[in-house]
Ligand binder design. Sequence first.
Ligand SMILES: *[C@@H]1O[C@H](CO)[C@@H](O)[C@H](O)[C@H]1NC(C)=O
Length: 274
Amino acid sequence: MLPRALLLIGALCVAGPGPGPGPGLGLGLGPGLRVRVRMADGQVAEESLEADTDSDSISIEYKKADGTLITLLADFRQEVKIIRSLILGEMERGQSQLQGLCFITRLHRNELIPSESMAKLRQKNARAVRMAEEQRAPQHLYMDVAVNYSKALPLSMHIHNICAEARDAIYTREADAKHWMEKGLDGSMFEILPQASEVTDVERCRLSADRWKPCVCHYSLCIEWYPCLLKYCKTRDDVGKISSYKCGIKSCHRCSQYDYYVPQKQLCLWDEEP
Ligand SMILES: *[C@@H]1O[C@H](CO)[C@@H](O)[C@H](O)[C@H]1NC(C)=O
């Protein structure tokens, strides 16, 4: 039988009081866990999952077959979710080598397991290729607000690090910005972008022929596997009293589609008709 302190994820588990913060990977968070995950295209990617209980945050990162690096950072303290994509540019098309995008939305309760449970996550079979147990409904988000990188610290201390390669492409939604402002955040970091309704002649980048004209860019990505819920098991003690304890996680899969205004189609060259 497993020690009560371990939480199993299928054959992954959440350990008891885990090791302290270790020599983290890229984000300076905990020691991290590497999980092999089956992607939609059938390929296997290695996801890196980290938790930092001090700052109450989680990060999940993986690289796509085309080299794009996808990172999700959940900042529970600030109720902020940052999804960053680092896209390798195509030099021959005049793009800089790396293009970063940061999409920041409100983090809802129960979207992900808490950071202290994540810090205790372990797997027995590190070679197992995992697939999410639950497919969450895809999200389609219109990102109508730009976030000023140099003013974004009060929103989440992680933006400075995660969005460094996306300084000019940090987006959120007006409704989310309003939520954070109601909690006392200074709104001067937010700038409303030209809305589709106001600028009716702004067309979709994929239909636009002019590289220098503004358009509405589309980008989609998936987080293939993430721990979204805690599972509880019941146990009966010597006198027959039943209690429950955390004994595992449920994994989820979710895709998100983002639409946002760009001043030039040049900034959205992946969004072309096939
Ligand atoms: C962001 O804020 C800084 C500091 O106030 C300002 O100098 C800069 O012009 C702003 N950037 C944009 C794109 O508005």
